[in-house]
Write a protein that binds this ligand. Structure first.
Ligand code: SF4
Ligand code: SF4
Length: 213
């Protein structure tokens, strides 16, 4: 008799626990049902990458002086600079340039230190390939103009969270001309420059970063 009562008690306890967990799961479901959708219907819709997004590197062959600074500052000595010495001009002449994006960590050091600014980071992030050797871009592939989400007629560009007005999480159906929450870097730089250089109550205003964009 005592065993039977214990079994019934355990069964009831298990039933209550199961009902409690189902209730907790449904509470999460109902909570999400009242939220606005933030799904991006990729590849028909794409988020606009951030202004300083570090994507595929763009290379301008004619500007390169084959100095190999990009190789020395690269943490893995990745760029391959193939040059020959031109006896007539007594200068290095670039023959071939390549970067393997299967190995690159997109740190941007090469772009930062290149003395002729022939390297730049683009917002292109779709680099998937079936063969990893296809990710080794030569100077022709690197010279291809960067892909822009906002210029693709087959894609609906959506604003990222940083570009949405304050409190808005859904980038769909935004009214035209709606203001973004964050300010543009160039606006912040202009504001810093407009401030007086010294303040009577505090230290000097910090120098605004050099905005190349
Ligand atoms: S640092 Fe710039 S100029 Fe020098 S080899 Fe690299 S890409 Fe060319
Ligand atoms: S982005 Fe970084 S890892 Fe990639 S090539 Fe440039 S320096 Fe090397």
């Amino acid at each position: 008799m005592f065993n039977l009562l214990k079994q019934v008690g355990d069964y009831a306890k298990g039933t209550f626990q199961a009902a409690k967990y189902i209730g907790q799961g449904l509470a999460v479901t109902f909570d999400h049902m009242s939220r606005r959708p933030v799904t991006v219907q990729y590849p028909y819709e794409k988020l606009i990458p951030s202004e300083r997004y570090r994507g595929r590197i763009h290379f301008e062959f004619d500007k390169c002086i084959a100095c190999e600074v990009c190789v020395r500052v690269c943490p893995i000595n990745l760029p391959v600079v193939d040059w020959v010495f031109d006896k007539q001009s007594k200068k290095k002449k670039l023959d071939h340039y390549s970067i393997d994006f299967g190995v690159c960590i997109f740190c941007g050091n090469c772009v930062e230190y290149c003395p002729t600014n022939c390297l730049s980071m683009t917002e292109e992030y779709e680099l998937a390939a079936y063969d990893r050797h296809e990710l080794n871009y030569d100077n022709v592939a690197l010279s291809r103009l960067p892909y822009k989400v906002t210029q693709d007629p087959a894609v609906t560009p959506l604003r990222e969270f940083a570009y949405l007005p304050a409190g808005v999480v859904d980038p769909h159906d935004l009214p035209a001309g709606s203001q973004r929450a964050g300010r543009h870097p160039q606006d912040l730089v202009a504001e810093l420059k407009a401030q007086p250089a010294t303040s009577p109550s505090g230290p000097e205003t910090p120098e605004a970063p050099n905005n190349k964009e």
